[in-house]
Design a protein around this ligand. Structure first.
Ligand SMILES: [Zn+2]
Length: 886
């Protein structure tokens, strides 16, 4: 604990114990321990989110230096609170200060002189949170104490300056559900042999740790609540607490490792670097040793971090990583625990006070975080004018830049294979503050005419760099661990180019827009006040994005059944509704070169048409004969290991988004066997074979969460498929199925050294067979997201077909990083493997990765629907590639 705070706390405790009256308008500021019953950070003690909010309410009742804001609800409907802390004067004119923050964030038409004036009148809005990785639990505990450090010491000169010069937006947590889950789990286990057991479920609905990978996609409610709040207040500094310091260092601080996102404004990078150094200095002067800026792979290449993406909106955004043992359990370290090259405790330039080992407690982590947050506030207080003016400058520079150089704009035509997905992409940008326009008449860009209704993103806007970072092709730099050595692994994805992942045609405008073209642009963004209107409604109805809608439905033909083109993702929403309503669905070839359509029957045409109109679908009434698959025969199971699988969560997210019904099954359900009497399809998300087979080891978690499917489960899955079932394996779980079911298939990149083959988190091109029902709706040249993905070749005895293959020559890399394309050339990315009377579908890519590759979602739906359809409708299963590799 910083020494001067400790002294101050002693004085305050003395004062509250004896005196009643501290100030005319101030009641005694309650201490956290008076509310929680323990000192924040005590061994074995954690506060839930709800308990922390009880304390924040007591603070709000005691002082006029804090205001609580209800920001909305979490994924589970839990109320969510944000605390605003500043001087009473600032809080009294918060709306005026917000106006200044908004004006500087959106600087079109502002002069430098006006911006200077606003910067001197405004206050720095600093957004600090207890984090979102709930098991990194010190973050959500430190926010409780930080509130008291400020409000209980408002007369301390340094604190007073902070309250006068800044407005702190303090989120007790940006994952309230997760904090409750983790604390309740720990309370269940503390004092038992399972005290430090890992969680058996993800700590945020669906996605767990991926909650910090969703910043630009905004797939989950929590991401949208946070984004909406930031757009309402436009903070200039955003700081999120994490806890994964590279051992044995005690806290990792920016600057970030290489490479950084290339579109981030240099001014923001410089400022964040300075803040990182400022925090390190504050820690050192408090005697808190062991801060470092290196030794990690915490690069900032991927822009999906909620605590880094705002850099592309001209905000100083960063995270730090304090050391963690587990929960509130203390741990003693000796030098023998350290990596060999760290045992000499040699001071290094960016690690000059090596941590020597000893006890590490939750309290230590909380205190490091308090110092770091205070140092941030102190920096903001001292340099408030510069910070405000730099926000303005970065936005002004982006506007100027793209008024003078390409890309001047992006055009997104309404005529797309999947217009609904184009709208989904643009809504996400709009929600993140990007201005989208629409043509109110035909107009010319780069000499080409675009149609009335087409969307346009003019790039002379302040958040233009965010658009480029999402639309550009990523060229991940070829950095090696040593010359001729293996590539440095990206900390996260290497390539994410949204138009490629989503299958949306986006046209870059390379020459300046004429005045005539510009006059055809009509902004479709809702007013800023509408940011608050979305609450927890599904994304597509959020008012901010509501102006962006796909072109109206087109329904043609006559007949009593409706044929829909599965190139449109929303066609699957219609199908799932029909199945839920007792209808039936089958595939039908649409004609040569046109791929496969789904034909829906058994539901009144008026209802089908109503859905098609609501979903803006192209559809055709038909009177095809032939049996469909009745709803009762599409019984989908999703396998869920006890290892808190994010990819399993994303699979549930995907099925929920599109309205599919399914049953979640645990390892014990698989071991119990007789799966064929319960299910037609079993989906396995991307898991390592070991996770599926073994799960958590006996003794490491409470017995009910130990183990995997084991040998009995493998036999049960084999029997399920042989009896006619369909097992769908996404990405890594294909390796499990190949082995467990002894499939005549080989993963050709298994065991290949990283210096020879490396393809992680990138977008590659495959050639599909769109006539095969499993590839229904896919273009012939399709983009897939790979991430440690298997690559298949077939062995003697193989029956089935290749669904997607890599081209026999050239590099399939579209965005990201690929080393060793020869391992891909001519091999398969997806296979349909016949096995007994059933089949195993191996998808050697990540079709639903973080809810981003909208272009491959349909491969999962096709696989789920195909199970019984194949038996009744043999059409469209050509010999694209059977038996053997050609
Ligand atoms: Zn974290």
């Amino acid at each position: 604990m910083p020494r001067h705070y400790r002294l101050a706390i002693v004085l305050i405790i003395a004062a509250t114990a004896s005196a009643i009256d501290i100030g005319a308008q101030q009641a005694a500021i309650p201490t956290p321990e008076s509310s929680l019953g323990f000192i924040v950070g005590s061994d074995f003690k954690l506060a839930t989110y709800d308990e922390s909010i009880v304390y924040f309410r007591k603070l709000a009742a005691a002082t006029n230096r804090i205001r609580l804001i209800d920001v909305g609800k979490t994924s589970t409907g839990h109320p969510w609170t944000l605390a605003v802390i500043s001087s009473p004067e600032n809080l009294a004119r918060l709306d005026q200060l917000k106006g200044i923050a908004q004006r500087l964030a959106h600087p079109a038409g502002l002069t430098d002189a006006e911006a200077r004036r606003l910067a001197s009148e405004g206050k720095v809005f600093v957004d600090i949170s207890g984090g979102l990785h709930a098991s990194e639990i010190a973050g959500s505990q430190h926010t409780i104490q930080l509130a008291y450090d400020l409000l209980g010491h408002a007369d301390d000169p340094k604190v007073k300056a902070i309250l006068d010069n800044t407005v702190l937006f303090l989120w007790p947590s940006i994952n309230p559900d997760g904090q409750n889950i983790v604390v309740n789990w720990y309370r269940e286990n503390v004092g038992t042999p399972y005290e430090v057991s890992p969680l058996h479920e993800v700590y945020q609905k669906y996605i767990g740790h991926d909650n910090n990978r969703d910043a630009y996609m905004l797939n989950v409610v929590e991401s949208r609540v946070v984004a909406r709040t930031w757009r309402e207040w436009e903070p200039q500094i955003i700081y999120v607490q994490h806890q994964t310091a590279p051992f044995p260092t005690r806290i990792w601080l920016p600057p970030f490792a290489e490479p950084i996102a290339p579109r981030v404004p240099a001014l923001m990078s410089r400022q964040v670097n300075t803040i990182g150094m400022t925090i390190a200095q504050a820690l050192e002067s408090n005697g808190q040793v062991g801060a470092t800026h290196m030794g990690t792979g915490f690069d900032a290449w991927y822009p999906g971090y909620i605590d880094y993406m705002p850099m592309l909106q001209n905000i100083n955004a960063y995270w730090t990583e304090t050391a963690l043992y587990r929960y509130a359990t203390p741990h003693f370290y000796t030098l023998n625990d350290f990596p060999r090259d760290m045992r000499d405790l040699r001071p290094q330039s960016l690690y000059p006070s090596p941590w020597p080992g000893g006890w590490w407690r939750l309290k230590d982590a909380v205190d490091y975080m308090r110092t770091a947050s205070m140092a941030t506030l102190d920096y903001a207080s001292k340099y408030h004018e510069d910070i405000l003016y730099n926000r303005y400058q970065a936005g002004r520079n982006a506007i100027k830049r793209y008024a003078a150089e390409p890309p001047y704009a992006y055009v997104i035509p309404q005529a797309q294979r999947d217009p609904g997905t184009a709208a989904e992409m643009l809504r996400r940008l709009a929600f993140n503050g990007v201005r989208v326009s629409q043509l109110d008449r035909d107009a010319t860009f780069d000499g080409a005419t675009h149609r009335k209704g087409d969307w346009v993103i003019p790039m002379d806007q302040e958040f233009a760099e965010l658009v480029r970072q999402l639309f550009d092709v990523q060229e991940y730099p070829d950095l090696r661990e040593y010359p001729e050595g293996p590539p440095e692994q990206p900390y996260d994805a290497a390539g994410w180019t949204l138009p490629l992942q989503m299958g949306v045609n986006v046209i870059e405008v390379r020459s300046p827009m004429t005045a005539d073209t510009r006059s055809a642009l009509r902004p479709v963004r809702a007013r800023p006040t509408d940011w608050r209107a979305s609450d927890d409604a599904p994304f597509s109805t959020d008012s901010i994005a509501a102006g962006i809608v796909a072109p109206a439905a087109a329904i043609t033909g006559s007949g009593d059944k409706l044929a829909v083109d599965p190139a449109q993702n929303d066609a699957f929403r219609l199908i799932s509704r029909a199945l839920a309503g007792g209808g039936a669905v089958r595939t039908a070839p649409a004609g040569k070169g046109l791929g496969t359509r789904y034909v829906v029957s058994g539901v009144p045409m008026a209802r089908l048409e109503g859905w098609a109109r609501e979903l803006s679908l192209r559809a055709e009434r038909v009177s095809l004969s032939g049996a469909g698959v009745p709803a009762a025969r599409v019984r989908i199971a999703v396998f869920k290991p006890w290892t808190a699988s994010m990819d399993e969560g994303w699979t549930e997210w995907l099925l929920d988004q599109y309205g599919f019904r399914y049953t979640v099954i645990a390892p014990a359900d698989v071991r119990a066997g007789d799966l064929e009497s319960r299910f037609d399809v079993i989906l396995m998300a991307s898991e390592s074979p070991r996770t599926i087979t073994d799960g958590f080891g006996e003794g490491t978690v409470p017995p009910r969460y130990a183990g995997g499917v084991g040998a009995a489960g493998s036999r049960a899955l084999d029997a399920f498929v042989r009896a006619g079932g369909t097992l769908v394996c996404l990405n890594e779980s294909a390796n499990y199925a190949i082995d467990a079911l002894a499939l005549p298939v080989k993963n050709v990149v298994a065991g290949v050294a990283r210096k020879d083959f490396f393809a992680s988190g990138s977008i590659l091109e495959v050639i599909t067979d769109p006539a095969h029902p499993l590839m229904a709706g896919m273009p012939q040249r399709a983009n897939v997201f790979v991430d440690d993905s298997p690559v298949f070749t077939t062995l003697d005895g193989f029956e089935g077909s290749a669904l997607a293959k890599y081209a026999p020559s050239g590099s399939p890399r579209l965005s990201g990083y690929l080393l060793g394309e020869k391992y891909l050339q001519g091999n398969a990315a997806a296979l349909d493997v016949k096995h007994g009377r059933g089949r195993v579908v191996l998808l050697g890519f990540r079709p639903q990765w973080r809810g981003q590759p909208f272009g491959t979602f349909r491969t999962v739906f096709n696989a789920a629907l195909f199970s019984q359809d194949a038996a009744t409708n043999a059409a469209g299963t050509p010999g694209f590639w059977t038996a053997k590799k050609p």
